[in-house]
Design a protein. Structure first.
Length: 230
């Protein structure tokens, strides 16, 4: 099964892409993968500045606010036909306050694997990989040791996307607690992000508990989707 890979790039126009990004994109183009960019002109300039093959530029697929309806379906068809796809924004992390969010959401709904190249912030990375809306979100931090159910209920009352963390050995515990309080929104768990053992799970709390039944003592970030749609 093909996968969608988010490709973070520097915010500054004057900072070159790192070696991992350049080599990954070079191999992606040579291997026939699809390269999805936000704005063709900006992507072209940065692609050339980082020494990547000019032959790839004419094959860029543009995904932005003006093209996203058609492009999402085009990319989905490519992924379903076995074409690995790499998603870049003009700068920063794709799918975070970005048109790519809807594509990631679609991929989760279609059970298509989503991953990302290295990114130093696990909280924002998890939010982008979740496919949930990120225009507004609440970072709840670590779940308190005392009055956990009360605290989780209060967080669940928020309408926006909510991000939570806890120690690795409490993964099963927090999932069962969310099930206990009757969470109705979509749940995403990002485990061992950017590691070879990375695991992303999204669905109802019942589905997530079932999928992660034998998974524990691993680093994770948990994201509760918004009530007003994903």
């Amino acid at each position: 099964m093909a996968k969608l890979t988010l490709v973070p790039t520097p915010i500054s126009d004057h900072k070159p892409w790192d070696a991992e990004t350049i080599e990954t994109l070079r191999k992606a183009f040579i291997g026939g993968s699809a390269i999805v960019v936000e704005e063709h002109k900006i992507a072209r300039r940065k692609w050339i500045a980082n020494g990547l093959p000019r032959e790839a530029i004419d094959k860029f697929i543009c995904l932005n606010e003006h093209t996203k309806v058609d492009t999402n379906q085009q990319v989905l068809s490519l992924l379903k036909s076995g074409v690995d796809t790499y998603l870049m924004s003009d700068c920063g992390l794709p799918a975070f306050c970005d048109p790519g969010q809807e594509l990631v959401d679609i991929c989760h709904n279609e059970r298509i694997k989503v991953t990302a190249l290295s990114f130093p912030n696990s909280v924002i990375l998890a939010l982008s990989l979740s496919g949930f809306k990120s225009d507004t979100f609440f970072f709840g931090g670590f779940i308190p040791r005392e009055n956990r159910l009360k605290g989780l209920k209060q967080l669940d009352q928020r309408r926006e996307t909510v991000i939570l963390m806890d120690t690795p050995y409490r993964l099963s515990k927090v999932l069962e607690e969310l099930k206990q309080i009757g969470v109705k929104r979509q749940v995403f768990v990002g485990i061992d992000l950017n590691c070879d053992s990375e695991m992303l799970v999204r669905g109802t709390i019942e589905q997530v508990v079932k999928d992660l039944n034998n998974v524990n003592k691993r680093e994770f970030v948990l994201v509760l989707g918004p009530y007003d749609g994903r």
